[in-house]
Write a protein that binds this ligand. Structure first.
Ligand SMILES: Cc1cc2nc3c(=O)[nH]c(=O)nc-3n(C[C@H](O)[C@H](O)[C@H](O)COP(=O)(O)O)c2cc1C
Length: 422
């Protein structure tokens, strides 16, 4: 399951600015310095680190299906990313998986396995069609398989309302809550991938607000109050007045039931990943609900865009998505901008270090999770390498060599050829 829709333009789309009439001349450095001064110099709405400890800057690494595994997240964190979200995991996949996400038979769950102490704070994202399955899946993620797999399935598959699911869960008192690898659960109401067997999931819920709200309620109720629930939405399913009204119903209900924040992607579900993100409409959402913590998403391609989006829209923060694939330096540059410094491009030596570290981390993540770790890692790293190549002065030559990588040896050969000089 993946939120990407490859043949319909997603991460192959050429970077272009979001629609922000009047915001064309915003100076990223001035915007970043204003953000750094905000909230009495904290630089982030205090409700954000209040909900998720350590989330100390107004940006995070988005869920990116097929990319944002523990290795990518750790590399991002080493460059200043304050928080990461996993890719969307289907509730059913989650419930079918083994205990603690640590088994080799978990299939795509391996992309969601927490990467230890360094991989924190981490928000686990779930997506699905049935409130009770979503509730049980969220609980399993938070508890990391503390109960036996069938117990979670029983919670989800008995013919009960989610209220009963909640009653059957005895742990959920705050004082019993142990530290968990996931600091929060994010519910995906944004993924544009088609419905299956006429069942809504992801962004398709934006056309069925009552069902979307039932899902959010089920997840919120199933988890201890100390675990924040957040929501990822598109700005609407499409541009009809009915769908815009649906957006507001779900958006307002989410906060009313205690969700901590919503991240709004400024494209419609129908748009998938094509065309610009509507920053002007994100600003309208912010202006209509000034008291809410709201994050924005869409067309964040470089560090300056983070602060341009915040300055233009007034939103509380920004999620960084395609702009950080093969570009962890975007986070370092964001921190530099907030500190009043010029953002620095990575040297060849820094690029080499990251390429080596990323491969090593990916191997260690994959070695316990997939059958042929080296082959799997070679394939994964190829798509990262192609994106890392953009920073190299001979980017096209590096890109072509990266396309052919399938093993650790191939990888080292590219590094030795192109990334030697410091
Ligand atoms: C390849 C790919 C995979 C994605 N997977 C997820 C996902 O699993 N969960 C999610 O919330 N968003 C996912 N998204 C959406 C991004 O988080 C983000 O909202 C979107 O790409 C818009 O931001 P951008 O224009 O800055 O890339 C994905 C996007 C792409 C391109």
């Amino acid at each position: 399951m993946s939120c990407q829709s490859n043949n319909q333009g997603n991460n192959a789309t050429k970077p272009a600015p979001g629609i922000a009439p009047g915001g064309e001349d915003l100076d990223p450095r001035a915007c970043a310095e204003a953000v750094a001064r905000a909230h009495d110099g904290l630089g982030v709405d205090p409700r954000i680190p209040g909900a998720i400890a350590g989330f100390d800057a107004p940006f995070y690494q988005a869920g990116l299906a097929g990319y944002s595994d523990a290795a990518m997240r750790i590399i991002a964190r080493r460059h200043g990313c304050p928080a990461c979200v996993t890719e969307a995991l289907l509730d059913r996949t989650l419930l079918a998986g083994g205990r603690g996400f640590a088994k080799a038979d978990l299939g795509e769950i391996h992309n969601n396995v927490p990467g230890g102490e360094e991989d924190s704070p981490l928000v686990g994202q779930i997506m699905g069609s049935e409130p009770a399955e979503m509730a049980a899946g969220a609980l399993k993620m938070i508890e990391q398989g503390k109960r036996k797999a069938h117990e979670y399935r029983d919670l989800a598959y008995v013919d009960v309302t989610h209220h009963v699911v909640r009653e059957k869960i005895d742990l959920a008192d705050d004082d019993q809550q142990e530290t968990t690898a996931f600091g929060a659960i994010d519910v995906n109401l944004a993924c544009p991938v088609k419905k299956i067997a006429k069942k809504a999931r992801g962004g398709h819920w934006l056309a069925e607000p009552a069902g979307a709200i039932r899902i959010l309620e089920a997840v919120r109720e199933a988890l201890p109050a100390s675990i924040p629930v957040t929501v990822k939405m598109r700005r609407s399913f499409d541009d009809t007045p009915e769908m815009i009204e649906n957006f507001w119903k779900i958006f307002d209900a989410a906060y009313d039931m205690g969700c901590s924040w919503v991240t709004v992607h400024g494209r419609t579900v129908e748009q998938k990943y094509i065309g610009p993100s509507r920053w002007d409409l994100l600003k309208e959402i912010r202006d209509a609900r000034p008291e809410r913590v709201i994050f924005g998403s869409g067309d964040i391609w470089e560090a300056g865009d983070i602060f341009r989006m915040i300055a233009y829209t007034g939103l509380s923060g920004v999620s960084v998505a395609r702009g950080c694939i093969g570009n962890p330096w975007i986070f370092r540059q964001a921190r530099q901008l907030m500190a009043g410094e010029a953002p620095r491009e990575p040297t060849i030596a820094e690029q080499r270090n990251v390429l080596e570290d990323h491969f090593r981390l990916a191997m260690s993540v994959n070695s316990t999770l997939v059958r042929n770790p080296e082959q799997h890692t070679g394939k994964t790293m190829r798509k990262f390498g192609i994106r890392f190549a953009q920073h190299h002065p001979k980017s096209e030559d590096v890109r072509l060599r990266m396309i052919a990588v399938s093993s650790l040896d191939d990888w080292h050969a590219v590094l030795d050829e192109f990334y030697r000089e410091g």
